[in-house]
Design a binder for this molecule. Structure first.
Ligand code: FAD
Length: 398
């Protein structure tokens, strides 16, 4: 029977960043991924790295993540396709005060963020149709990475740092002592692995474990769609990331040059019960909605060719923010000793991965993280009647 300090279940960005951080602290780490790393939400992510949040802790986490991704290739020698494009957030004039306050918060955290009037935005982005009824936020540091290259590079780095990363291996159950402390994991080849602690980083599959433990974390699995378009010609104004609140859409350049378009809100997206069986395609009306919105704002895209799209999964919480820390006990108070969780990233977790890995690697050793306060994203906060409030109706902008 093999033995590790920490077993991480799930090879998405959260499991991988955590494995890397733990291995760099000389922990004996095993990460098991039932398919290939990135097979869940991470591999289909837009992987947008922006710092536009409305809460100082989230801004700091996003800022830390952006810097780690930007430095990744120099730090590790792995090219993860980082591109700094900038992000334009288009708001209605009615939201000007809220936007101004958020930008002030971001600037206080060191973010290079600017408020642009309609005139200033038109002068800077002549390829966009921007009326007098809008006001914009501009974040030149924002960018994106290639999500698939990123998870593969993370797995290689975690292995290089001493972690064991096994793909094609599923964890079937968590083993506990008579006193209830976690002391191991059973794998699908029936092997039992002993460990001090287990971290669940299983994204949409988390309920397979929590239901069996009798814990309700109030997680909902949503099915957002996204459409892809090839523009007839490229312009600098199609090569930026845009969050368009009046249209309720976002778009971004993809690593292959296409534009990805999706909805800002997930409130109308289907709720999925079984993450192993869902429609991975997109509907014609959704593609048409994205095309019409894009063409309204970017005239160059009127003749953009549709390449269809795909659906993927968000793991959502009631306040749109993640659950990170010790697993609450089913009894209503306390925690399950030795069991930790990082899930519920509600469609905006990719950029947060570096802060999560660093923070969780401290929390499991009983230390206060340097990247976020340990209680801020505590998994028992709904039980305690606490929610993290966002300034936006779109929780994804948190
Ligand atoms: C379409 C889309 C666009 C997005 N765009 C952005 C964006 O632009 N910017 C941003 O910051 N975030 C974005 N996100 C969100 C971000 O991608 C997610 O928050 C993040 O990838 C979640 O990572 P994870 O590791 O928690 O989950 P996942 O990536 O889902 O990883 C969980 C892993 O656990 C594995 N697993 C499950 N059960 C077991 C088991 N029993 N044994 C072993 N392995 C198991 C799964 O196979 C899976 O690989 C987007 C998400 C989607 C879906």
């Amino acid at each position: 029977m093999s033995s590790f300090d920490t077993v991480i279940i799930g090879g998405g960005v959260m499991g991988l960043w955590t494995a890397l951080a733990c291995a760099r602290r000389d922990e004996r780490v095993l990460l098991v991924e039932r398919r290939k790393v990135g097979a869940g939400s991470s591999g289909r992510s837009g992987a947008i790295l922006r710092q536009h949040y409305s809460h100082p802790v989230m801004i700091a986490m996003a800022r830390y993540g952006l810097q780690r991704y930007a430095d990744f290739s120099q730090e590790t020698g792995h090219d993860i396709g980082f591109r700094r494009t900038g992000m334009l957030l288009i708001c209605s004039r009615d939201d000007a005060e809220m936007l101004e306050q958020n930008i002030a918060r971001q600037r206080a955290c060191g973010v290079d963020a600017h408020l642009l009037s309609a005139d200033e935005a038109r002068a800077r982005f002549p390829g966009l149709t921007l009326g007098d009824d809008i006001v914009c936020g501009w974040e030149p540091e924002a960018g994106f990475v290639d999500p698939v290259r990123t998870v593969r590079a993370l797995a290689a780095c975690a292995r290089g740092a001493g972690a064991t990363v096994r793909e094609g291996v599923s964890a079937t159950s968590i083993h506990r002592t008579e006193s209830g402390r976690v002391d191991g994991v059973v794998l699908d080849d029936l092997a039992r692995v002993n460990c001090e602690r287990v971290i669940l980083a299983t994204g949409p599959w988390t309920r397979a474990f929590t239901d069996r433990l009798g814990i309700d974390l109030a997680l909902t699995i949503r099915r957002p769609e996204q459409a892809f378009f090839a523009t007839p010609e490229s312009s600098t104004d199609t090569q930026i990331i845009v969050g368009d609140l009046p249209l309720g859409l976002y778009w971004k350049p993809e690593p292959n040059g296409w534009l990805r378009v999706g909805r800002l809100s997930y409130d109308d997206d289907d709720i999925i019960e079984n993450p192993d069986r869902f429609d991975e395609g997109v509907s014609g009306p959704f593609v048409a909605l994205c095309h019409d919105g894009l063409a309204t704002r970017v005239p160059l895209c009127r003749d953009a060719m549709s390449w269809g799209g795909c659906a993927a999964l968000y793991t959502c919480t009631p306040d749109g923010q993640a659950l990170i820390g010790p697993m609450p006990a089913p009894s209503g108070t306390g925690v399950i000793p030795g069991l930790f969780i990082a899930t519920g990233f509600s469609g905006h977790g990719f950029k947060l991965g570096p802060a999560v890995g660093e923070g969780l690697s401290a929390i499991i050793r009983g230390l206060e993280p340097s990247t976020f306060p340990s209680t801020f994203l505590a998994p028992d906060r709904f039980r305690a009647g606490r929610r993290i409030e966002s300034a936006y109706a779109y929780r994804i902008l948190g």
